[in-house]
Design a protein around this ligand. Structure first.
Ligand code: NAD
Ligand code: TDX
Length: 339
């Protein structure tokens, strides 16, 4: 089978590339990534040595180049991870989010239609459902929860989801969508909460918690997300949405305190900074459907996953130190300098 993976030089996409290469030695994995600030070819260093792996430095919005790749590589399945993924950046500059996340999705699906109605999977997010109140722990997002977005990022992801379902209904494109909760694990770009706090703590820098830090996220180890997508592309029902999440809700402040404890750093490093605009309060996924229909269950407990993640950042300092010493410094100064 030929599997075309977009965004494979980013966090979840690269973990998925490695998962697929390890699990299916007879599959060919074709990766398309234009290497934005979030894409890193060094992440794919091992994959690039594998004869079953091929990399294209290409923008998913580049229709001509994408059509050529479909024509040459003849994918059986397409998994679209490529996206602008950081909420804070979408608040500063929404345009690129609309371009990549919506128009890029359209190009990928037009190509899938043109070259044989190819099986198409869209990697979406729980953020399309908006947020839940903190005082209603009984509420969870199901696949029928209405779309109700908060940020330009989540709105662009929701726009893409609607387009995916339109291509299913209008053209009969064989699609599926997964909506996952917050991932953590190796190769997580250090602008996101967990890797940012690990990197700052290791450098004895302030740990910038937005507002009181009471916002709740539902954390899932990235490998479990990859396994869910693997199941969906092989056994998922066409035209369906699957929520993916591990019932592991934690307040941001508790995550940051835990990281301090694990790294033996003082909690006095924690600095409460101005809150994110439109900040979603709580995300919580009900994964009953993917469990009942496809037998998926998260395998890594948070206590183990966070230890593995911290260990990975300790053992791979060059990877993240290279990132935070470059252009990222300007971003950090702009976002956190006067916060
Ligand atoms: P990431 O920002 O780490 O990686 C995104 C990758 O896409 C990068 O390699 C980047 O170079 C590439 N890319 C961006 N624009 C592109 C374009 N126009 N053409 C080709 N490549 C492009 O993101 P991530 O955290 O790995 O997220 C991957 C997907 O999963 C996204 O669609 C995101 O919305 C979704 N998602 C993420 C999470 C999470 O917790 N990180 C949770 C649920 C869903
Ligand atoms: O410096 C910080 N301080 C802080 O308090 C950062 C970067 C974040 N936060 C808070 C904001 C959120 O409540 O931590 C929480 C997690 O923030 P992010 O890591 O930016 O993730 P989030 O906004 O929850 O979105 C993530 O999960 C859903 C991914 O980035 C999205 O791509 C995915 O769709």
């Amino acid at each position: 089978m030929n599997v075309l993976v977009t965004g494979g030089a980013g966090f979840i996409g690269s973990n998925f590339v490695y998962h697929m290469l390890n699990k299916y030695p007879d599959y060919k994995i074709i990766c398309v990534d234009c290497l934005t600030y979030a894409g890193n070819l060094s992440t794919l260093e091992e994959a690039l040595k594998n004869p079953n792996f091929k990399f294209y430095k290409t923008d998913i919005c580049d229709r001509e180049a994408i059509y050529k790749i479909y024509e040459d590589e003849k994918p059986d399945v397409v998994v679209n991870f490529a996206a602008e993924s950081h909420v804070d950046r979408s608040i500063e500059n929404p345009e690129i989010f609309l371009k990549t996340n919506i128009l890029g999705t359209q190009v990928m699906m037009d190509a899938a239609r043109k070259f044989g109605n190819i099986r198409y999977h869209q990697v979406s997010t729980d953020e399309v459902y908006g947020d839940l109140p903190l005082d209603r722990p009984d509420l969870f997002f199901t696949e029928t929860t209405p779309i109700h977005t908060s940020s330009p990022y989540s709105s662009s992801k929701a726009g893409a989801d609607l387009l995916v379902m339109a291509y299913y209904r209008t053209y009969g494109l064989p699609v599926t969508i997964s909506r996952c909760s917050n991932n953590y694990g190796p190769y997580h770009f250090p602008e996101k909460l967990i890797p940012l706090m690990i990197a700052n703590a290791l450098n004895d820098k302030p740990l910038p918690v937005y507002g009181e830090g009471l916002n709740v996220r539902d954390w899932l180890y990235v490998e479990d997300h990859c396994k869910a997508i693997d199941l969906i592309i092989h056994k998922g029902k066409i035209g369906e949405v699957y929520n993916v999440g591990g019932h592991n809700e934690m307040a941001n402040i508790d995550i940051v305190k835990l990281i301090c404890k694990k790294l033996n750093k003082p909690e006095s490093l924690i600095t409460h900074v101005t809150d994110r605009k439109g900040h979603d309060m709580r995300y919580a996924i009900d994964p009953t459907k993917i469990h009942n229909e496809l037998g998926w269950l998260p395998e890594t407990k948070f206590a183990d996953g966070i230890d593995k993640t911290i260990e990975w950042y300790l053992n791979n300092k060059t990877w993240w130190e290279t990132i935070i010493s470059g252009e990222y410094m300007n971003y950090y100064e702009k976002m956190y300098g006067n916060r």
